[in-house]
Ligand binder design. Structure first.
Ligand code: MN
Length: 153
């Protein structure tokens, strides 16, 4: 059974998130309400820059992950992730999940269906770089099911 923190209220989750963020060199930011519909669990978003290579720090509570999604582009594009705290996963469709620990880098080409998020028992934070390209759009798909998530080692 996956350990979840769904029983905690928003205030409790925020205190935990701030305590986790205090161990990192990047800000926690605000509750990720704009994209909450595409996440299972609570996440926080801290935009770091919108120039050159738009970059944000994204923090996930334990068990939180985003839906399957695709970063589309006609040329270039895609996403690069660098773990800056905790432990989490990246998984491309049809492939084994890759564990992410601080310092680990994942390069996600445009057009690849994937998800990223926290391990069941750990907070997780990664920088997300939007690689510049032509006609970049994000397509949000179905949630990662508990069965898919439960296969993580
Ligand atoms: Mn992504």
């Amino acid at each position: 059974m996956i350990k979840q923190t769904a029983g905690r209220d928003a205030l409790g989750a925020n205190i935990d998130a701030e305590a986790f963020a205090a161990t990192l060199m990047f800000p926690l930011g605000a509750p990720n309400e704009a994209y909450a519909q595409y996440f299972s669990g609570r996440s926080w978003l801290a935009p770091l820059t919108a120039q050159q290579v738009p970059t944000s720090n994204v923090t996930f509570e334990p068990g939180c992950r985003n839906n399957w999604h695709i970063h589309h582009a006609d040329k270039g594009g895609g996403q690069m992730l660098i773990c800056v705290g905790g432990r989490g996963y990246y998984q491309a469709w049809g492939e084994e999940a890759i564990e992410m620990k601080p310092g680990d880098v994942v390069n996600i080409p445009a057009g690849v269906k994937h998800w990223h998020g926290a391990a069941p028992d750990s907070w997780f934070a990664h920088l997300a770089f939007s690689v510049p390209g032509e006609n970049c759009t994000n397509e949000w798909l179905e949630p990662v099911t508990d069965e898919q998530y439960g296969q993580l080692s």
